[in-house]
Design a protein around this ligand. Structure first.
Ligand code: FE2
Length: 275
């Protein structure tokens, strides 16, 4: 960590307060993560490397409850320290609760960029998370991870989307991501009313629902291309070679193949073979 500079900021979005942190390799901060505060509810907890500035900021706020979108360390990193510092409950999907109850291993790049999540004594969420005056609906959205959950503040049409969005044209999957579940989760979420999307890596105010719909279109088009090639008799490796634009080389090598374009193709092929 000594070669890396830590970066942290807070930003008032009006409806929502955001806290953003990451590390820099010398240029702009890389792979930063956001957590958000709305009506006393903190959605996600940023990375363990940013524990001290985040806790200092939260000490100035009114925070009653924490919810976590999924167990990945850039979302769950400080749930334990926050729970202990403010003596407040932490809610999450039952898988997240179990996963975060004991230490779990992460890869070297995850240690470097985000740090290992602290353990936390969390509780499984019910149908509704209650803020001070507003309510938040947990919606299970597997695909990015099996426990992935988004939280919808229905009264004002605000979706806290964790890693469901990330971008409209994604270029790689983690090894454990599921194409079929991502499509189903996007379709499910798009049945709800909302306008603002507070992605954990890219907040999109207004037109957020349209952005999620474009991501769904992109995945469906990508899937259609993969399925056509598969139906035409190509094997998975041949499809990867045909479609790979070598755009994710840095991510592929930096993550030691944990996140890469090939995983995205493999998951799409798995769906094509199933249909
Ligand atoms: Fe994630």
């Amino acid at each position: 960590m000594t070669l890396l500079k830590k970066f942290f900021k807070q930003q008032d979005f009006g409806l929502v307060k955001g806290f953003n942190g990451g590390v820099s390799f010398g240029g702009p901060p890389a792979m930063t993560a956001w957590c958000y505060l709305r009506d006393g509810v903190l959605i996600d907890t940023c990375t363990r490397h940013l524990k001290n500035p985040l806790l200092a900021c939260l000490a100035q706020e009114k925070i009653d409850t924490v919810v976590i979108t999924h167990h990945h360390e850039d979302h769950s990193g400080n749930a334990g320290p926050i729970r202990r510092a403010f003596t407040i409950p932490v809610y999450a999907h039952p898988y997240t609760v179990t996963k975060l109850s004991t230490p779990f291993s992460i890869k070297p790049y995850q240690h470097l960029i985000w740090g290992k999540a602290a353990t936390v004594d969390a509780l499984p969420y019910g149908d509704t998370i209650h803020g001070r005056t507003l309510s938040f609906k947990p919606i299970h959205t597997p695909g990015h991870s099996k426990d992935h959950t988004v939280y919808l503040e229905e009264a004002n049409g605000i979706l806290f989307s964790g890693d469901l969005f990330l971008g409209e044209r994604i270029k790689f999957f983690r090894a454990d991501e599921c194409f079929e579940e991502q499509i189903a989760s996007l379709r499910h979420v798009l049945t709800f009313d909302f306008a603002h999307v507070f992605c954990a890596h890219r907040p999109t105010l207004g037109k957020g629902k349209e952005a999620l719909a474009r991501k769904l279109d992109f995945l469906l088009n990508f899937y259609g291309t993969v399925k056509d090639l598969r139906t035409g008799g190509l094997g998975t490796r041949a499809i990867i070679r045909r479609l790979d634009k070598k755009e994710d080389r840095f991510v592929k090598y930096f993550t030691l193949n944990n996140a890469c374009f090939a995983h995205m193709v493999r998951s799409a092929v798995a769906l094509a073979d199933k249909e």
